[in-house]
Design a protein around this ligand. Structure first.
Ligand code: F6P
Length: 350
């Protein structure tokens, strides 16, 4: 195997570890593990492969376009949104490790009731993030967050009883359906990335122990909203746009409009993704439980920071499944600088 930019490169004929082998190895390190968690990650990876297949052929089999429904977020539901939701629910229901599911595409949490349900896990997910990009061949993704219900929990698990802050996640990950398809996840012991080899239908370990650069020169924000941003944020943006050779400014804007894709690029190359509160989205736009929290867990594990602008995302106490939050996430120096501007500790003087 060869290394480029610190990452293992795919070389024909090399021995790669499959996601399944990786999970089994990890499971053996956890004494007393009954394999439920390993099976859950495998189920998620199978659903991801099915969604990948659907995404790749969407233009050929009438999967582009809308269902004609509006989802719980008040957003137009794309056919692929719904299909991805159904694939993930089906995989998790079949697996039997999960007692409750929460999805962006469903107003209420979905209890998985089997007579013999031993499921200890709650999975919250955005089945297809960035769906406005689906019909135009731009990268999209899936995000998932996993909690474990305490062994002594009594009675049915409801969303209310399952609501916990992001620090309590036991695992989190995302799949990016891009120029290649990658699954990236953490269980709190580093971040690992697996690239799907379509010729054998396996996710192979390609990015062991991902670390995000301390600093970066790219920022991702929808600058169409500039006029409704706070003074502090406008100042930070102005600072990034100001020429300064020593700090390699002006920085570069990179905004795909698919959070997973913007996040993934910034994670690998260094950068910051910003979605603040604004006039149209007074609480921010991104969903706390299945967008911000899982990515915050990943970014912290990779050495980055995720902030609401006032404190760590992972400490926010959720009120409901579909809560929204402002989000500043990425390379630690960039997020720190952004929050200093937001708090008025720095002011742009031109
Ligand atoms: O989850 C919401 C989302 O689609 C993200 O994937 C993306 O980054 C953002 O919204 C785009 O929002 P806007 O179109 O307002 O820039």
């Amino acid at each position: 195997m060869s290394q480029v930019n610190g990452f293992t490169q795919m070389v024909a004929g090399s021995a790669f570890m499959t996601l399944e082998q990786f999970i089994i190895e990890r499971e053996q390190e956890a004494p007393g593990s009954k394999g439920q968690f390993s099976r859950l990650i495998r189920d998620i990876s199978v659903a991801a492969k099915i969604v990948d297949r659907d995404v790749r052929k969407a233009g050929l089999v009438d999967l582009y376009g809308e269902t004609g429904d509006i989802n719980v977020q008040g957003e137009v539901q794309a056919k692929l949104d719904l299909l991805a939701h159904e694939e993930f629910v089906r995989a998790l229901r079949r697996g039997g490790e999960v007692c409750l599911i929460g999805s962006e595409e469903h107003a209420e949490a979905i209890p998985l009731l089997f007579d013999d349900c031993q499921g200890k896990y709650v999975v919250l997910f955005d089945p297809l993030d960035g769906s406005s990009n689906v019909d135009v061949n731009v990268s999209i993704g899936t995000i998932f967050s996993i909690y474990r219900i305490p062994d002594d929990h009594e009675g049915n698990v409801t969303m209310q009883s399952a609501l916990q802050c992001g620090r309590k996640q036991v695992a989190a990950g995302y799949v990016v359906y891009g120029s290649s398809t990658m699954l990236v996840y953490t269980t709190g012991a580093g971040v690992y990335g697996f690239t799907l080899d379509p010729s054998i239908g396996e996710f192979l370990l390609s990015h062991p122990q991902i670390r995000t650069p301390e600093d970066g020169t790219m920022y991702s924000a929808n600058e169409g909203n500039y006029n409704s941003w706070s003074r502090g944020l406008k100042d930070y943006i102005k600072w990034m746009q100001t020429e300064d050779e020593a700090t390699s400014r002006p920085y570069t804007t990179r905004y795909i409009g698919s959070f997973v894709a913007d996040f993934h690029r910034n994670l690998i190359k260094g950068g910051v993704y910003i979605y603040p509160a604004n006039a149209r989205n007074p609480n921010g736009k991104l969903r706390l439980m299945y967008e911000a929290n899982p990515m915050a867990f990943i970014v912290e594990q990779a050495g980055g920071i995720a902030s609401t602008g006032h404190g760590p995302i992972l400490d926010v106490e959720p009120q409901a499944l579909h809560d929204r939050t402002p989000l500043f996430i990425g390379s630690p120096r960039m997020v720190e600088m952004a929050t200093e501007y937001l708090r008025g500790e720095r002011v742009y003087e031109g």
